[in-house]
Design a protein around this ligand. Structure first.
Ligand SMILES: Cc1ncc(COP(=O)(O)O)c(C=O)c1O
Ligand SMILES: NCC(=O)CCC(=O)O
Length: 438
């Protein structure tokens, strides 16, 4: 089944000479799946990639989440082209920024005010600063395995990327900063209670991915978000939702407005961090929240946050166009149905071959864990067979199926995946599972 990729090998060798580790984000390295050259892609269209050796792949990596309408969607491409033709960066406000802010606010009503930044990392980093400014406290509670970007504070027990490479707690983060972060297991209200009882008066915010995307896709247990919000508020701390992955992933809205949760008022955060999908494939981040809290931000308030590239017309236009596509009726239902068919077939095929597999599916995305137990927190996600994942990853890649090179990452469907893509993926998985037990 193994296919050759001489041009990727050659480019990787060259890249290693010039770019640290040969990659511009460590998540792209194949270190956790047996090493060697990552595949260098040269073109992407719809649900497909072509590599530099002219092999075609069906894409479930989807750039780690932003590509939800498929690659080079004509409506988004037109918006970007048009923005570029009118100048890529002004350093002044533009009318489009207001439109995207309005669209985000309509979809996520807990945000009275929004500010655009350039990445999810920046968005999260700033929500923490704003929460600290507002509460005049310094500590943060986060949940083990949730990834919130690569700013110092949140690189403690940091989930997918760092965990894949065996560095959940980054070097270069001073102990004094790490000591400002308290880590609690996800889905564990008792753990949160103890943390708040111990440190409550110093806690500025409890930060969480309300639906986790960074140790697989993991739903909060019933009552978890309600309990989290209640306990945080009783302790005088703010609630920050990192919805960089989850916003617009499962429906036209965010986790905090998702229909799986019955009492939306009880799970409303004070601040929300956004990124990925809202930029339609261009760099973006945003954060927003209650007016009173957001008024802390400069130029209104004392919390400073700025950005030369922030709100650039291309990213904003791409974001608007992406949300316009997602607003079309039936879009999420279709991704849901395709993901259901794919996940069910993967499970059946693994079962048939006697390979323990736990699939966590939330509408159009899912994670597949090589284990025989549920995955509801980081410990359980770690306790899965990484070697088997690596083997599966390579067997799929060699049949033209592109997954993230990490056992912690999700599979993402897009509006561009066709029934034929799903059929081909199911057939490839059948072959892969059969090969794994031979
Ligand atoms: C939940 C979450 N927050 C924050 C980030 C950081 O976003 P970025 O990579 O755009 O800085 C990510 C990226 O993977 C993420 O998944
Ligand atoms: N779920 C983790 C990521 O999406 C990380 C992407 C990156 O840092 O390249």
């Amino acid at each position: 089944m193994s296919i050759q990729r001489p041009r990727s090998e050659q480019l990787y060798a060259e890249a290693l000479e010039h770019i640290v580790g040969g990659v511009n984000s460590p998540s792209r390295s194949f270190k956790a799946v047996g090493g060697g050259a990552p595949v260098f892609m040269k073109r992407a269209q719809g649900a497909h990639f072509w590599d530099v050796d002219d092999h075609r792949y069906i894409d479930y990596l989807c750039a780690y989440g932003p590509i939800i309408t498929g690659h080079a969607h004509p409506h988004i491409t037109e918006a970007i082209t048009c923005a570029a033709a009118n100048g890529t960066l002004y350093g002044t406000p533009t009318e489009f920024e207001i439109l995207l802010a309005r669209m985000l606010k309509e979809a996520i009503p807990s945000m009275d005010k929004v500010r655009f930044v350039n990445s999810g990392t920046e968005a999260v980093m700033t929500t923490i600063r704003v929460a600290r400014a507002y509460t005049k406290r310094s500590k943060i509670i986060k949940f083990a395995g949730c990834y919130h970007g690569h700013s110092d504070l949140v690189l403690v027990a940091a989930g997918s990327g760092p965990s894949t490479l065996g560095i959940p707690d980054s070097a270069g983060v001073p102990g004094s900063i790490a000591s400002e972060v308290i880590t609690v297991p996800f889905n564990d209200l008792d753990g949160l209670r103890v943390a708040l009882e111990t440190f409550g008066n110093d806690v500025a915010a409890v930060m969480v991915e309300p639906i986790v995307g960074n140790f697989g896709m993991v739903m909060p247990k019933p009552g978890f978000l309600e309990g989290l919000c209640k306990m945080a508020r009783e302790a005088g701390a703010l609630v920050i939702y990192d919805e960089v992955i989850s916003a617009f992933r499962f429906h036209y809205g965010s986790a905090q407005t998702y229909s799986a949760f019955s009492d939306h008022a009880a799970i409303e955060p004070d601040l929300t961090a956004l990124g990925k999908i809202i930029g339609g494939g261009l760099p973006i981040g945003a954060y927003g929240g209650r007016k009173q809290v957001m008024d802390q931000v400069a130029p209104l308030g004392p919390a400073y946050q700025a950005g030369t590239m922030a709100g650039n017309p291309a990213s904003i236009s791409a974001g608007i166009a992406c949300l316009e596509v997602l607003r079309e009726p039936g879009v999420y239902e279709r991704m849901d149905a395709q993901a259901a068919r794919l996940a069910d077939a993967l499970q059946a095929s693994a079962d048939k071959n006697g390979i323990p597999l736990t699939i966590n599916r939330i509408r159009g995305s899912f994670s597949a864990h090589f284990c025989d137990h549920p995955v509801t927190n980081y410990d359980e996600a770690q306790d899965t067979d990484g070697e088997r994942f690596g083997q599966f990853f390579r067997l799929m890649l060699d049949q033209g199926i592109c997954l993230a090179p990490s056992k912690y990452e999700a599979w993402f469907l897009t509006t561009a995946h066709t029934d034929e893509d799903i059929d081909a993926t199911i057939a490839a998985a059948e072959n892969a599972f059969a090969a794994m037990v031979r």
